[in-house]
Design a protein. Structure first.
Length: 403
């Protein structure tokens, strides 16, 4: 692995990884505070609203196979271009069919970008530097998202305009990838690089799944839970603030922005903990605090208590900045990085799918407060799994490492 053989400097990640990440997260930050409100404005139920949003997370298996064939640089360029086109389509949509179609297309773009970026960083960053480097990555995500949420406060009541801003950020990102990303396609083994060239891509993927089923059944399940509550939080807070607490769209954006500000301030501590004391030293307390903040939200009925609960969520999530990407990189076998990360991302996206359905489905059957309590329980379950079943992967503290 390149990161193991050459001196590493985080400055080499600024133009190919950190700056593009900032731009895309900024665009997503502009969209997220009112995404669920925009989709629901098409006269949909809670469950249908979440279904439309969840369709964006498909496409990881094809993206993993395609990444192995075209390389990281092309995948980043193509992925961000597809994302830009899809955001324009969502912003112009006039019916649910168009919304779902462009969400699916956008999901392919996001999968290509995210998977190629993760594989790129896994190869470039040595394991002893991953916690800090990926916590910085997580911090940049949060800073950019917060910046986007600040901007959207001043966009008025338009629910469509944020998508065009997101598209613009994706176009600029695609250009940065053209000029600054180095392609490491040859250096990474993948699904197309196995002993039997006639074996179908699906069979190769199933073989890889069989080889890694134990870690995917433990760490993967924990990640499903975490991404469920993370995605659930993103969609649930605006809906809860609007439907239950009765806040205006401007107040909703203020709550989301303040919570994100707290979230983004914690990432330096997260990286230091992960690289000094082990990955669990950040994940276990962080996700415990996160789940507690979600549970607190269920008891709120006006602006200030809701704001406090979301700030607690921000503290917990910020303490875990970059943790899931760090853990995935640590666990990825050296001879099959991109394909393993494809499976790792699938487990995360299962949670990304589950979050909307937990929020929307339970809210339609009972109420949003019940959804909040269930999400909190899922967060506590993740803590138990990380504590008892997932190995520590930091060198010097490794119980069972895949490297």
């Amino acid at each position: 692995m390149a990161a193991d053989n050459h001196p590493f400097s985080r400055q080499t990640l600024i133009l190919p990884v950190y700056l593009p990440t900032f731009l895309l997260s900024f665009g997503q930050g502009v969209v997220n505070p009112t995404l669920s409100l925009y989709v629901k404005s098409f006269d949909l139920s809670y469950a249908m609203t979440m279904f439309v949003i969840a369709t964006a997370v498909f496409g990881n298996v094809p993206a993993g196979i395609l990444l192995a064939k075209i390389g990281q640089k092309r995948a980043m360029i193509i992925g961000t271009a597809i994302l830009a086109l899809s955001r324009i389509g969502v912003g112009l949509a006039v019916n649910v069919i168009q919304l779902v179609t462009f969400q699916l297309i956008g999901g392919i773009g996001v999968a290509l970008w995210s998977l190629s970026r993760h594989a790129y960083m896994t190869q470039m960053i040595p394991i002893t530097e991953r916690g800090r480097s990926l916590a910085i990555f997580g911090g940049i995500n949060r800073i950019a998202s917060f910046s986007g949420q600040l901007v959207v406060i001043f966009l008025g009541q338009s629910l469509r305009l944020p998508f065009f801003i997101y598209a613009g950020s994706a176009i600029i990102t695609s250009g940065l990838c053209i000029f600054f990303v180095r392609d490491h396609r040859v250096a990474i083994a993948d699904l197309s690089n196995t002993e039997d060239p006639q074996m179908s891509a699906l069979k190769k993927l199933l073989n890889l799944l069989q080889e890694n089923y134990k870690i995917l059944a433990t760490a993967g399940l924990a990640q499903v839970c975490i991404q469920t509550i993370r995605r659930g939080r993103t969609l649930m807070v605006p809906l809860f603030a609007s439907s239950v607490v009765g806040l205006s769209s401007k107040q909703v954006r203020q709550v989301v922005a303040i919570s994100s500000a707290v979230d983004m301030l914690i990432f330096p501590l997260a990286g230091s903990l992960m690289d000094t004391y082990g990955r669990k030293s950040a994940m276990i307390p962080g996700f415990t605090i996160f789940a507690t903040g979600i549970l607190m939200m269920a008891q709120t009925n006006n602006f200030l208590p809701l704001l406090f609960a979301t700030v607690v969520m921000g503290v917990g999530n910020g303490l875990c900045s970059g943790s899931m990407m760090t853990l995935g990189s640590d666990l990825a076998p050296r001879n099959n990085i991109s394909s393993f990360l494809s499976l790792w991302r699938i487990t995360g996206d299962i949670g990304g799918n589950a979050g909307p359905f937990v929020v929307g489905g339970i809210a339609d059957i009972w109420e949003l407060k019940t959804s909040v309590v269930v999400l909190s329980g899922i967060g506590y379950l993740a803590v138990v799994i990380f504590w008892g079943l997932v190995p520590e992967t930091l060198p010097g503290r490794i119980v069972n490492s895949r490297d």
